[in-house]
Design a protein around this ligand. Structure first.
Ligand code: PHE
Length: 458
């Protein structure tokens, strides 16, 4: 573990471990345990998991390093990073998009986190709850979401280093333990093998353009790549930090938790709820897991309550970092105080969260709205936000950032930035990274985008 070199003006991570925990805390969140299983279910199971792992290794990891390089080199927020490295207004717009994405996703991410708060209590008190009834009751979900955003604001007001970093260091390992426990119970249920097979044996005929886009989008969502988050966090890194090793840890932790998330859900789904289809969407985890906890004797409800509590913590370490990006932007570029920035953006996110909360209510305007985007049906305000901000915008940002460092700037400088503190990066890994940033990442992303707008037909 290395000590930081102090610079007078800007904060820095105290240690590699602190950075890995903070960035890992951002990466590990609802994206792993709530979003990954249902996106896997909507995209045919094992084949999706296979494509997902490739996306993380071949596209996600190089882009993660790209953002960290940009952040550490410039020492700024996403907009400032492109400005100080000499990017034109056009390239700066990628930074602006980062700020918007973090804000927009925070608004609907908090809705799910609010459900999690509700489920902590229903599990602990052991009230059987029908998920449909629960989310259809605005009087439950809206206040719970507001409480979650308020918690996020409180932490961001005080800065991230002290309390939350300490808590994350303790709580993340506990989260791992609980996940392993639940997955172990799920895979040993009678009838679980159908779920394991669905989840882990890929049917390659199911791979198509939509599956690849979803896998790529999910990889970016889960790794916190394409949000400017790693630029912001990278800007607090000392030059002697081994960013290659740190990134390996972040991506490894994130992928492990996602894969385990699926291992909790699918075996249990096939064993306990044979009638429920794996492609039912965002409700999946909330429908399936409480029934797994019912099967755990004794203390199933306590384990259930603990699970949702830890899910809440994972969501909070992510939402804090999401709020931190727009806050850092307004502090750096608009000279707002931290207090003004955190409250203003937080309250705005509360307001924007209301239509997402209402999108779960049948017959509501926000539930009914929707349209067809080049053959992809988007229904409800929630889906709309998740598609435009949580998937499409992130993919566009990743494309712009790889073109920026790969072609507009001298990519070797950024590769050099990465090898500072990580000597093992010299040689082949460095050449490979340059090749991926210049060619593989942009080409794959462009193909995926073209496919989405129907250029290659159905
Ligand atoms: N990676 C987080 C998750 O998987 C989401 C996130 C993205 C959080 C970007 C912060 C910034 O839930």
């Amino acid at each position: 573990m290395q000590k930081s070199i102090k610079t007078p003006s800007r904060g820095q991570w105290g240690s590699s471990f602190g950075f890995i925990m903070a960035a890992g805390g951002s990466a590990v969140g609802l994206g792993n345990i709530w979003r990954f299983p249902y996106i896997t279910g909507q995209n045919g199971g094992g084949a999706f998991v296979f494509v997902y792992v490739l996306c993380v290794l071949l596209i996600g990891l190089p882009l993660l390093l790209n953002e960290i390089a940009l952040g550490r080199k410039s020492g700024r927020n996403p907009v400032g990073a492109i400005k100080t490295t000499g990017g034109s207004k056009f390239w700066q717009s990628a930074g602006v998009l980062c700020v918007m994405v973090c804000f927009a996703v925070l608004s609907y991410y908090s809705v799910i986190a609010g459900w999690t708060i509700g489920y902590i209590f229903t599990e602990l008190i052991n009230i059987p709850i029908d998920f449909e009834d629960f989310v259809q009751t605005p009087l439950y979900v809206i206040p719970l979401c507001m409480i979650f955003i308020l918690m996020t604001i409180m932490v961001v007001l005080g800065g991230i280093s002290g309390g939350i970093e300490k808590a994350a260091k303790f709580l993340m390992p506990v989260l791992f333990l609980i996940i392993i426990l639940i997955a172990a119970r799920a895979v040993t249920l009678p009838g679980a093998s159908a779920g394991i097979e669905y989840y882990l044996s890929p049917d390659f005929s199911k791979i198509n353009g939509k599956v690849i886009l979803s896998a790529l989008g999910q990889a970016f969502f889960s790794l916190s790549v394409g949000w400017g988050l790693m630029i912001t966090f990278g800007s607090y890194l000392p030059k002697n930090n081994n960013v290659i090793r740190s990134s390996g840890w972040i991506a490894g932790m994130d992928s492990m938790v996602a894969l385990m998330g699926g291992l909790m859900i699918f075996p249990a789904l096939f064993a306990l709820l044979p009638g429920v289809s794996p492609d039912e969407g965002p409700a999946l985890v909330f429908n399936v897991l409480p029934r797994v906890f019912d099967q755990i004797e004794p203390f199933g409800n306590i384990i259930g309550g603990m699970f949702f509590l830890l899910l809440l913590v994972a969501a909070l370490t992510s939402s804090i970092s999401m709020l931190e990006v727009p806050v850092a932007y307004f502090i750096d570029e608009r000279k707002w105080s931290r207090k003004k920035a955190a409250w203003t953006i937080g309250i705005a996110a509360m307001i924007l969260s209301i239509p997402s909360s209402l999108a779960a209510v049948q017959g509501n305007f926000f539930n009914k709205m929707g349209f067809n985007f080049f053959g992809k049906q988007i229904s409800g305000f929630f889906d709309l936000m998740d598609f435009f901000f949580g998937t499409l915008a992130i993919v566009v940002i990743c494309l712009m950032l790889s073109l920026y460092t790969g072609w507009i700037k001298n990519v070797k400088e950024y590769a050099g930035e990465l090898s500072m503190g990580s000597a093992s990066f010299e040689g082949f890994p460095k050449k490979a990274w340059i090749f991926f940033i210049k060619w593989i990442c942009p080409i794959v992303i462009i193909l995926v985008l073209l496919n989405m707008v129907g250029v290659f037909g159905e």
